[in-house]
Ligand binder design. Structure first.
Ligand code: SF4
Length: 444
């Protein structure tokens, strides 16, 4: 937890010597609290004060990066227990487990299915993040063969290597450490060797224990070895106790600043009933899994989880918005009508749905209103004649269509005169409600 300026001030020498560039220690403390200066600007800090200040500036939950550049997954670095307090920053990584004892043809089929699982929802692409290769075959060749198949078939997923045999993980890392896979898993019995291995390749290690006390002791041991790239797997014998553990890890890391639990978490779903597995995955997604590994790649299972994730990880203080630009609908051409609206996702997609329903190829000019809907943006002076003209110029509208007329929403009919004056285009007032668009366009 960050210290307040007063708490920081208590740790300073209070001599007001000005060597930090500020007139008083209090002024320096205030800047430090805002993270506007670094602590080394004051040369007179005691070692103890330095340590306290350094620790307070670290994120309570470490940011962990898995995978290489084009398939990079970042998790952790969360700062709140509840989304409405601020927002959740790094969406849960969702991955599918591939067993290495399946026939090659089946594995290729699953990989292709995973690659095809892309959904577009309110202007965002939803997809899976990880493929976990699990060594169920107990054969090194089988394990390496499946990793090789995955690497050849796709490069857009972070990988997880899951094996109980350290030698197998060692061999896999000799070949594929450049992909920065996540290694599963260190326990109290094997952590010494696995930590050295992960440290030597600079990769992330899952640390697993039966309860939170053991988990905390284990991460402290890893920290003593100079290793901090950790993902926690709290084990539990029921959904409720796993939920409890995940919640306590987040709570202790944020509220008690318990460093040994200040890492993102991972849950491996193992339910034989696929419907229950998806249900439980959703529960852990809400509270507070950093990574979820599941055993299904069926679109109907994945869509629900990805949609839930999108909802949880949007910023509650910002309306969902799309990129403000000119969107062609259907085979829009130089003669197509141009409808103007805002870049609030809900508004845009409602208008889009009705334009598509009209079956008349058109353009939709989405104006940057910081995600506000038509009337709100108009009242806030974000949807104005001037902002529409700016959007027209940015979209180079006069080159896209040969006519010179615009359709604006009926609710902002008041601006039509000014818009005509500023743009030099004819302004047609459209229907107030999007549902009126199909008949309006047909009669235009
Ligand atoms: S250098 Fe340190 S002691 Fe001097 S004014 Fe700044 S904070 Fe205070």
């Amino acid at each position: 937890m960050s210290l307040s300026s007063l708490e920081i001030y208590k740790l300073l020498p209070k001599t007001n010597c000005r060597q930090c560039g500020f007139p008083t220690c209090l002024a320096f403390a205030m800047q430090l609290a805002k993270k506007a200066v670094s602590i080394d600007k004051c040369p007179f800090l005691s070692e103890e004060a330095k340590k306290t200040l350094e620790e307070s500036s670290l994120p309570p939950i470490r940011l962990i990066t898995i995978g290489k550049e084009d398939a990079k997954l970042e998790i952790g670095n969360e700062t709140v227990l509840f989304r409405h307090e601020e927002k959740f920053y790094h969406p849960t990584g969702i991955g599918v487990i591939l067993e290495d004892d399946l026939p090659d043809s089946e594995i290729i089929k699953i990989i292709k299915k995973i690659k095809g699982l892309e959904f577009e929802r309110i202007g965002q692409k939803l997809k899976l993040d990880l493929i976990a290769i699990r060594n169920r075959s107990s054969s090194l060749d089988g394990f390496l063969k499946v990793i090789d198949l995955v690497v050849k078939e796709t490069s857009s997923f972070s990988l997880v290597f899951m094996s109980q045999k350290i030698d197998f993980l060692k061999k896999a890392l000799e070949l594929y450490s450049g992909l920065k896979p996540l290694i599963y898993k260190a326990t109290k019995d094997n952590y010494l060797e696995l930590t050295q291995l992960a440290k030597s390749y600079g990769i992330v290690l899952v640390v697993s224990a039966e309860n939170l006390d053991e988990l905390s002791l284990l991460t402290k041991e890893l920290n003593k070895m100079g290793f901090f790239e950790i993902v926690l797997e709290p084990q539990a014998d029921s959904v409720s106790s796993l939920l409890w553990n995940l919640t306590q890890i987040r709570r202790l890391a944020l509220k008690r600043r318990e460093r040994s639990l200040g890492y993102p978490t991972l849950v491996v779903l193992e339910d034989t009933d696929k419907d229950l597995e998806i249900l439980f995955a959703s529960t852990y997604l809400i509270k507070y899994a950093g990574i979820l590994l599941i055993n299904t790649s069926e679109p109907e299972d994945i869509l629900g989880i990805l949609t839930l994730r999108q909802n949880i990880y949007t910023d509650p203080q910002k309306p969902l918005q799309i990129e403000p630009k000119l969107y062609p609908v259907g085979t829009a051409n130089q003669n197509s009508p141009v409808l103007v609206t805002t870049n609030f996702s809900l508004t845009y997609y409602t208008v889009l749905g009705e334009v598509e329903a009209s079956k008349i190829p058109s353009y939709i000019l989405s104006v940057d209103t910081e995600g506000m809907s038509v009337l709100t943006a108009w009242a806030a002076e974000k949807f104005t004649a001037s902002s529409i003209v700016t959007a027209m110029e940015k979209a180079n509208l006069k080159e896209k269509v040969s006519h010179r007329s615009l359709i604006i929403p009926g609710y902002v009919a008041l601006m039509s005169g000014e818009l005509e004056e500023r743009s030099g285009w004819q302004v047609i007032v459209g229907p107030k409600e999007a549902s009126g668009i199909p008949s309006f366009l047909k009669n235009l």
